[in-house]
Design a protein around this ligand. Structure first.
Ligand code: NOJ
Length: 625
């Protein structure tokens, strides 16, 4: 068998190399596909843009919407189907924009509402859909409702939009209950009355600057329906719903002395799980009442005919609880954090895939797959740790330093698993460049509230700044070209808001676009094949090579068959066999398939697949007569 390590799709021009701003494809990827009956999101590859750190259009050191607009051709070139933008709304940025002061406007740091409109239309013209972030569990303390609530009397309608309670203790000096903030410290802050005396307390599951809304109040429901319509009317294609398992709290706010951590940990689970009578461990997450909200929102979205979707960010466990969010009539997708936290480990990856497929089938939903986001250490860094299943909440200079060469090799192999699986896949900006975290960032640069709220406690957390470092576009430009508009403005750009590690130079986009063997080109190749073969809607089966005990993850995805809708011509069946070697020894490859893509040039050794590598193999069967 002759391997063809770098499948070169004929439709992709190779112009504008090394600029980081390649020429657009002639045919937008999503239009090149033939999927008459599925909503667009079923098999979409969705790219997360973290606006602060994606591209800086005005040279002030902070990413912005004009910067995203400038890089749309890059995303089109990569071949993704949609963008999800983390919040760009008016916000004091105490939690990087997840503290929203005005849900209907753009923060001046990121641009204007006109820029948002331009981004939506530019993306659409390029064949890309747009998902925006919706933060319904809490507002910013700068939101006009909260300002009004603080100025109002206890028990007033303005206070009833949030969760205010009198304190406990003889003089109300103790918080209403023992809940902890996810970011560290208590989940309650005491207010001050207009005369300077201490007043009621308000609940904030996150930072003090993020008061929780009272979702028992119909006014809150009406407001968010109106916000959904505001953005749907502007043309957005969906919403990523922040803390989708929050919002409703258990009746009476009962005590809970435990902790919950973002993404990985939904609280202490009982030893025996009773599916039918399951009670979530945390009284503030995954309460049944949240589902009514999603049924309401589903009805709002259904009024629009461009198939907008709702994507749940819900860290709930066990996995079957997650799929309750994507039951018919609720949300459309939910992030698959079980897959994200499985690390580079064949058994854990196998279990996450199998369980997700099984539970999705129970509710008739499709799956999503994700390896990193703005709340997690990037998988290049995690996979380069001595234990590639470890899940640190940040990596600091004094911690174990990952081997990023090994981590990137494994990350490339993991991408081949992620992008081979049927369903939808989420990429975090920079995955396609093989970016690691900044693992030696000086503390003085850290902005994440988790760092500041825990630094003088018994359990200090490094926080998430390391995965939020600005993107490198051009190796030899200041800030590695983060200021994408700087050349035209002929100004010297300000330093990026977080310093970039030296290793970002060699990983800059202009070092990878059109460079054979680069991580960018690997992603582009995988996305091209995925699109051409419609792998996202294919049929999954574990292959005969699958052997997690030996570190092997292997499955087939089959597409095609049947007949063309118009001509009635039979369509050949295409099978892609994904083989990933997460073990310690080389492993056999299938003889009856053609090798299509290897994760690295040296992945194939003596006709065997080397450790820390993956490959896609293909086989076409003649159509049935
Ligand atoms: C989840 C978001 O992804 C994270 O960045 C944010 O800090 C919390 N929700 C609070 O909104």
């Amino acid at each position: 068998m002759t391997p063809a390590p770098h499948h070169a799709p004929s439709s992709v021009p190779s112009s504008a190399a090394h600029t980081g701003q390649p020429a657009p494809l002639s045919t937008p990827p999503s239009e090149a596909r033939n999927r008459p009956s599925n909503p667009w999101w079923v098999d979409a590859v969705i790219y997360q843009v973290y606006p602060r750190s994606f591209a800086d259009g005005n040279g002030d050191g902070m990413g912005d919407l004009p910067g995203v607009i400038a890089q749309v051709p890059y995303l089109q070139r990569l071949g993704v189907d949609a963008l999800w933008l983390s919040p760009f709304y008016v916000s004091p940025q105490h939690d990087a924009g997840y503290d929203v002061a005005d849900y209907r406007n753009v923060d001046p740091r990121f641009g204007t509402l006109a820029d948002a409109d331009e981004l939506i239309s530019t993306a659409h013209d390029a064949g890309l859909r747009i998902i925006v972030d919706l933060v319904p569990n809490h507002t910013s303390w700068d939101h006009e409702w909260f300002v009004e609530a603080l100025a109002a009397e206890p028990g007033s309608p303005a206070r009833n939009r949030y969760v205010f309670r009198p304190g406990t203790g003889d003089n109300g000096e103790l918080p209403p209950n023992d809940w902890s903030s996810i970011f560290g410290g208590p989940a309650w802050t005491r207010t001050e009355n207009p005369d300077g005396t201490p007043g009621e307390w308000y609940l904030h599951l996150f930072d003090t600057s993020q008061p929780d809304l009272n979702w028992e109040n119909p006014e809150v429901h009406a407001e968010f329906e109106s916000i959904l319509r505001f953005w749907l009317d502007r043309g957005v294609d969906g919403f990523r719903v922040d803390v989708a398992h929050g919002m409703i709290k258990a009746e009476g706010l009962p005590p809970y002395a435990g902790f919950a951590n973002m993404v990985k940990d939904a609280g202490d689970l009982p030893e025996f799980i009773d599916r039918e009578n399951f009670v979530p461990p945390t009284p503030y997450f995954d309460q049944d009442g949240v589902h009514e909200i999603y049924r309401e929102w589903n009805r709002v979205l259904a009024e629009y005919d461009h198939e907008p979707c709702l994507v749940a960010e819900a860290w709930v466990a066990p996995v079957f609880r997650l799929f309750r969010y994507v039951r018919p009539g609720e949300m459309h997708q939910a992030f698959n954090f079980a897959f994200l936290v499985s690390g580079f480990d064949a058994q854990r990856v196998t279990d996450a895939i199998q369980e997700s497929l099984d539970e999705a089938a129970v509710v008739g939903a499709t799956n999503t797959w994700v390896l990193s986001n703005h709340d997690t250490v990037r998988h290049v860094s995690r996979f380069g740790l001595a234990d590639p299943t470890s899940y640190p909440e940040g990596i600091a200079a004094e911690d174990e330093q990952p081997d990023h060469v090994l981590g990137r090799r494994r990350a490339r192999a993991a991408a081949m698993v992620e992008l081979g699986l049927p369903g939808s896949a989420y990429l975090y900006q920079g995955d396609e460049l093989g970016l690691p975290d900044h693992t030696t960032l000086a503390d003085e640069h850290r902005e994440d509230p988790t760092f500041h709220r825990t630094r003088n406690t018994e359990a200090p957390e490094t926080g998430r700044d390391g995965c939020r470092v600005p993107m490198p576009w051009r190796a030899e430009a200041p800030g590695y070209g983060f200021a994408v508009g700087a050349a035209e403005a002929s100004a010297t750009p300000a330093d990026p808001w977080l310093p970039q590690p030296e290793e970002y130079r060699a990983l800059a986009a202009d070092q990878q676009v059109d460079v054979a063997g680069s991580t960018f080109e690997l992603y582009r190749e995988l996305l091209t094949i995925r699109g051409e073969l419609d792998l996202g809607t294919g049929a999954f089966e574990w292959s005969r090579f699958h052997d997690p005990a030996q570190g092997i993850v292997s499955f087939t995805v089959t597409t095609g068959g049947g007949k063309h809708l118009g001509s009635g011509e039979p369509i050949p069946t295409q099978t892609v066999l994904v083989l990933a070697n997460m073990g310690a020894s080389p492993t056999a490859i299938p003889e009856e398939y053609t090798a299509a893509v290897f994760s690295d040039d040296d992945a194939l050794v003596n006709q065997q697949l080397a450790p820390d590598s993956a490959a896609w193999f293909m086989k076409q069967s003649a159509p049935e007569a």
